[in-house]
Design a binder for this molecule. Structure first.
Ligand code: AP5
Ligand code: MG
Ligand code: ZN
Length: 214
């Protein structure tokens, strides 16, 4: 199963990708997570990406396309994958198409998770993530049992640096300017399904699962 999760910052791509990973045992490939890991390790890639991520801008296409080309040929992606946060431009989508053609693979479903801007801002400003296992929380919508501590592994929760209000506004604008054109791109290829992204995490998962399981 090869899936793309499209959706604005805060739409729930990461949250739903993790549920798909548990049910279908295929890897989540998140360019945002890969870039944040590089940033944490202070690799050359991380240093380059930081300037863009801090401003809420997109990291240059050639950088993220390079990351994806390397990632999709790894062993665990042979059985499928869930792309979370890639592609984000038409140029990236074309590069993905080329890469998959060479591997004799194709995307099965593109799921666009739709949530209004006001709720996106609420979700992002309250997001917390476990520094050890990556589990996601929200201070109001999905709080941990003990404030600041992961329920699953007792790791410390942190707030992403780009989840400040000013950077969120920039990210939402970048999304509508540069990523929204992918809706028509995938619609014209007949592969897009729009998913109502408002409701409980479980409700949204069943909407997604109804599409991918058939
Ligand atoms: P990236 O990490 O991809 O961030 P993003 O697209 O801004 O998306 P988010 O991770 O913020 O949101 P999400 O949809 O995963 O939401 P989540 O499930 O966490 O990218 C970061 C940066 O890296 C970019 O700005 C860019 O600089 C760079 N980058 C990455 N990929 C790139 C690419 N391809 N090209 C160029 N640059 C790239 O949920 C959010 C919150 O809501 C959580 O707190 C969660 O608990 C809560 N929540 C989830 N579902 C629900 C629900 N149903 N109800 C209530 N709350 C909910
Ligand atoms: Mg995410
Ligand atoms: Zn944890």
């Amino acid at each position: 199963m090869r899936l793309i999760l499209l959706g604005a910052p805060g739409a729930g791509k990461g949250t739903q990708a993790k549920k798909l990973v548990s049910k279908y045992t295929i890897p989540q490939v998140s360019t945002g997570d890969i870039l944040r890991a590089a940033l944490k390790d202070e690799t050359a890639l991380g240093v380059k990406a930081k300037a863009y991520m801090d401003k809420g801008e997109l990291v240059p296409d050639e950088v993220v396309i390079g990351i994806i080309k390397e990632r999709l040929v790894q062993e665990d992606c042979k059985v499928g994958f869930i792309l979370d946060g890639f592609p984000r431009t038409v140029n990236q989508a074309n590069a993905l198409e080329d890469t998959l053609n060479k591997l004799d693979q194709a995307i099965d479903h593109v799921l666009e998770i739709n949530v209004g801007n006001e709720e996106l801002v609420d979700r992002l400003t309250g997001r917390r993530t476990c520094k050890d296992c990556g589990a996601g929380y929200h201070v109001s919508f999905n709080p941990p049992a003990k404030e600041g501590t992961c329920d699953k592994c007792k790791g410390k929760l942190y707030q992403r640096e780009d989840d400040s209000e000013a950077t969120i506004v920039a990210r939402l604008k970048v999304y509508s300017d540069q990523t929204l054109p992918l809706t028509d791109y995938y619609k014209s290829k007949g592969r897009l399904t729009a998913i109502d992204g408002v409701g409980s995490e479980e409700e949204i998962f069943s909407r997604i699962d109804a599409v991918v399981s058939c």
